[in-house]
Design a protein around this ligand. Structure first.
Ligand SMILES: [Zn+2]
Ligand SMILES: [Zn+2]
Length: 256
């Protein structure tokens, strides 16, 4: 399984894009820096997009992808929980802000929405995908994606602390988890449904307790202005827990 980081941040700058991952060139998770990172040919190869929740930084490029695929004569499926799909339909693809690509063209709609049931393994384009509820300000899920050869990644999307239940449902070889802010914002982050290095340390300790191992960890969704502090604090956590924690960056590729 090849994982390409198209966006690793929660705010956009010239060199930082909103969070978005691409698995094997065909399965995207979240759609922050999706269209701005890929050629039209690459966009046409996307068979499915999994959305973790409805927040703008995670869904932004869905309308743009719709237009590109529509003009390019292609189509794709968008998978998520009802809250995220409803918000996208109501606020973006509403024929007012942008074209409703769920209806266009009538013969073969460009964007086909499919609802996923939490905690139920589904087959999506040859991958086994499980949407696992996490803790955020709006309904949100993380995704475990397992390839045909049994390689698994779990991406939390945006989440605050308290993932014990979630850890019981996943067994990844790579954990991609959000670390939005540095520890001086830990109190805010916990309440807002985000993590800092200190909060991550507690969640990783809980993962190890539940699962008996710790996979390599990749941090995403960093606030670019806090990234240096986050990096120093994560290095200390990695040392303390004796595990690998890397910060994702745009253009990073990893094989598991
Ligand atoms: Zn969010
Ligand atoms: Zn976010």
């Amino acid at each position: 399984m090849n994982i390409r980081v198209l966006g690793a941040h929660n705010c956009e700058r010239q060199n930082q894009k909103l969070v978005c991952l691409l698995i094997d060139g065909v399965l995207a998770i979240d759609a922050g820096g999706l269209t701005s990172s890929l050629s039209l040919e690459e966009q046409k190869k996307i068979r499915a997009v999994l959305l973790t929740h409805q927040h703008y930084d995670h869904v932004r490029d869905i309308p743009a992808l719709g237009m590109n695929l529509f003009l390019g004569g292609a189509a794709t499926r968008i998978y998520s929980i009802p809250a995220a799909l409803d918000a996208l339909a109501r606020h973006f693809l509403n024929s007012e802000v942008y074209t409703d690509f769920r209806q266009k063209p009538e013969s073969n709609p460009t964007l086909k929405f499919t609802v996923l049931e939490p905690n139920k393994a589904e087959t999506v384009e040859g991958y086994t995908v499980t949407a696992v509820p996490v803790h955020h300000g709006v309904p949100a899920v993380g995704y475990q994606v397992t390839s045909g050869d049994g390689r698994s990644v779990f991406y939390t999307g945006d989440t605050g602390p308290g993932l014990d239940e979630c850890w019981r449902r996943v067994s990844p070889q790579l954990l991609i988890i959000e670390v939005t802010a540095s520890d001086k914002y830990a109190e805010w982050a916990g309440g807002a449904g985000h993590l800092t290095p200190f909060l991550l340390k507690q969640e990783l300790a809980s993962f190890k307790k539940v699962s008996g191992y710790l996979p390599p960890v990749m941090a995403v969704h960093m606030n670019p202005d806090l990234e240096e502090e986050i990096s120093v604090e994560l290095a200390a956590v990695a040392k303390e827990l004796d595990c690998s924690i890397t910060l994702a960056y745009e253009g990073m590729e990893i094989s598991i």
